[in-house]
Design a protein around this ligand. Sequence first.
Ligand code: GSH
Length: 187
Amino acid sequence: MPYRIETVSTRNGEVKAAVHLTRNPWGRVPALDIGTCILTENVAIQHFIAAQRPEQRFLPDYGSVEHAQALAWLCLLSSTVHIAFRPIFRPNRLASSAHCQSDVLATGLDALIDVFAILEATIGEKVYIVGDRFTFCDSYLMVYTRWLNRPALSSLNGRFGTLRQHAARVAKRSAIASVLKREALYF
Ligand SMILES: N[C@@H](CCC(=O)N[C@@H](CS)C(=O)NCC(=O)O)C(=O)O
């Protein structure tokens, strides 16, 4: 599908600039302009994209048990896994003093480890998260597993090998490999 990327940085205030707030009043990325409207929220955007190319089966057929399972995964990743990084990456949003921020960071790290321990145990030996083929659940999880490589989480180096192997497999898919190469900074 043809598309054009417009980079909106989360690091320099661009997400909160007036121009971006007209796209997403919550001041967040991603936002997908489809001409008739602007879609926000990863789960909705991934559903929309999957529906544009049904033959690719990026998500299981709507109405199937696998679809419900995939939706559960996407929601979990968006609502629980993503949010578990907040105390590590943005302790300043959760506490004002340096002392309290370091407490938030330490507590958040323990909570993040718990989240990834459950993910790792749930995935086990599975090649794909849902069913027997790649879905957007795999690529969405890959993003968060790769976030473990960020410097703030260097204490987790060497942990969660199963998830890291899953992410490495997903990253080798040719379409994903080319996006990762182009967008290396952001993943
Ligand atoms: N629930 C939204 C969350 C999006 C979100 O929080 N995106 C982050 C980047 S990973 C962001 O825009 N952060 C900017 C900020 O919080 O200032 C979704 O899943 O799409």
